[in-house]
Design a protein around this ligand. Sequence first.
Ligand code: ADP
Ligand code: ZN
Length: 210
Amino acid sequence: MNIIFLGAPGAGKGTQAERVSEKYAIPAVSTGNIIREALRNGTPTGLQAKAYIDAGQLVPDEVVIGIIKERLAAPDCAGGFILDGFPRTIPQAEALDNMGVNIDKVIDIEVPDESIVRRMSGRRVCKNCGASYHTEYKKPVQEGICDHCGAGLTTRKDDAPETVLERLKVYHAETEPLKDYYKKTGKLFIVEGQEEVSDTVALVMKALEA
Ligand code: ADP
Ligand code: ZN
């Protein structure tokens, strides 16, 4: 199954994508994670993306489309995949269609703007491996320490409240139109983000089984 997760920044699509990845044993592909890894490694793509990310802007379409093309060609995506954070613009969705990729389901996780800034302030990320956590919704076993690699957790620079407001603006202008794009194909399922992660997971699984 090929699945897309849509939703505002901080709506919890990353966490949901990981749960679906475990259940269906298909990789979750997060363009945000791929770009942040490139940044940590100081690659040309990472350096090119840095100013956009820090300003809460989208990285140019050509760059992310290139990243996705390469990633989806990897053997582990042959049996299905979950896209978390791509597409984020109409041209990205069109590029995906032009790659001949068939999408089975698009899950849009809806969270009101008022809740987003509060949710974002609880996000934490591992300094070393980039794994993400949340102080309320996805706590590490030991506070402030990464479950995977034991390194310290930090906040993302682009989760600062001013940048979050900019990212929300960009989301409404550039990404939200994708709901209509996929509604027309009959593949769109809307899930209301719940206060408990497990409740959202249950709704997502129901949508995937529908
Ligand atoms: P969130 O889901 O919290 O918004 P991501 O980790 O998905 O965060 O993305 C972080 C940043 O990476 C975005 O604000 C943007 O700058 C860049 N980015 C990630 N995916 C895309 C994409 N598909 N198109 C353009 N920029 C992207
Ligand atoms: Zn780690």
